[in-house]
Design a protein around this ligand. Structure first.
Ligand code: PLP
Length: 371
């Protein structure tokens, strides 16, 4: 007979998922109720309000998609890109490449702005791409590149898009709750994130928000949105609000309890305090790593506090170190991706995992394993 599955108790300090708060896990196990139950609908309204707070937007088209971050990405592109549309896509890591895939799969023309992995998106190159191309509909970029640990200047990039009459799609999977983000203030038109990074929640839900301008563009589409599940006009029948909610799909009821709890925790802590906590523990981790002679891939000004890409010391088998950390300390850290595979480790300090105990565990475990 197959037995029940009991996972080991790990400390998750990789690129995500990160440690889930016990409060969030407890919320996940509360009794399932109907996804149109009046009490559930009341909770949905609270989720929307708290998500507006987390994104810093008043847009009513703010909601969680019932699927992981990749679905949030796809929801933004599938609703906003029509065949023949020109989209400037910035790539400085893995996830910009996925944006290009999305644009092309929905019939758009991706105009690529490339920056070296480990560096931020260069606003001057984006300006040049707008100058060289007319009728650009959208600018798409990743705010916090999880593959490298780089933060790009979303405010300036959105300003460039606005100056050129283009809408913006911004990936905030790793930044939401961990780094400054001001969706309305910066004029972001479509934004998506994930629950498994700085929100202390399990994976599987993707918060999104669309501006009024984006809503108008979606409503005026010439072609039918090619995805039924992610068509925002249909999703709004369920998430739109008020008593008129109608069945679209069966919402992941317990996952939304968990998400609700993680947003309650964010509200209790305060958004700015959460950003400051990530910065504070990053500084401690950095000091410890540097004392061990371990250097950072990314220049200090562009470093993400929640995702630390550090060079593997010369002559060290990086995969063996990660295996030992897992076996001896139940500690997970991440490997490098693509061109950075074998060269860097990615040490996450995200959400609940971003605390003093984890910093100390990681530093001592790494030091013992390397010596
Ligand atoms: N975008 C970024 C920047 C990410 O880090 C990730 C996941 O790590 C995704 C998109 C995709 O999210 P998911 O794996 O939840 O589908």
């Amino acid at each position: 007979m197959t037995k029940s599955f009991y996972p080991p108790l790990r400390t998750l300090m990789g690129p995500g998922p990160s440690d889930v708060s016990p409060r969030v896990l407890a919320a996940l196990s509360r009794p399932t109720i109907g996804h149109l139950d009046p009490e559930f609908i009341r909770m949905m309204d609270e989720v929307k309000e708290m998500l507006q707070y987390a994104f810093k937007t008043s847009s009513p088209l703010t909601m969680p998609i019932s699927a992981p971050g990749s679905a949030g990405m796809e929801a933004c592109f599938v609703n906003l890109v029509e065949p023949g549309d020109k989209v400037i896509v910035c790539q400085n890591g893995v996830f910009g490449g996925r944006m290009k895939e999305n644009v092309e799969r929905f019939g758009g023309i991706a105009i690529m702005v490339e920056d070296e992995w480990g560096t931020p998106v260069d606003p001057a190159k984006v300006e040049a791409a707008f100058a060289a191309n007319s009728d650009v509909k959208l600018l798409a970029f990743v705010h916090a590149e999880t593959s490298t640990g780089v933060l790009s200047d979303a405010k300036s990039l959105c300003q460039i898009a606005q100056n050129n009459g283009a809408l913006t799609i911004v990936d905030t999977v790793t930044s939401l709750g961990g780094s400054e983000l001001d969706v309305e203030g910066w004029g972001i038109d479509a934004v998506y994130s994930g629950t498994q990074k700085c929100l202390s929640c399990p994976p599987g839900i993707s918060p999104v928000s669309f501006s009024q301008r984006a809503v108008e563009v979606i409503e005026q589409r010439e072609s039918k949105t090619p995805s039924w599940f992610l068509d925002q006009k249909l999703v709004m029948g369920y998430w739109g609000g008020g008593a008129k909610r109608a069945y679209h799909h069966t919402a992941p009821v317990n996952s939304l309890y968990a998400f609700h709890e993680s947003l309650v925790m964010l509200e209790e802590e305060g958004l700015e305090n959460a950003w400051a906590r990530h910065q504070f523990h990053h500084s401690a981790l950095r000091a410890g790593l540097e004392a061990m002679g371990i250097g950072f891939l990314v220049e200090e000004a562009y470093r993400l506090p929640q995702l630390n890409s550090v060079f593997v010391p010369e002559g060290v088998d990086e995969a063996e170190v990660r295996s030992k950390l897992l076996a001896n300390y139940n500690l997970e850290i991440g490997a490098g991706l693509g061109a950075l595979a074998g060269k860097v480790w990615r040490i996450g300090l995200m959400g609940s995992a971003c605390n003093k105990q984890n910093v100390l565990l990681c530093l001592s475990a790494l030091e013992n394993t390397l010596s």
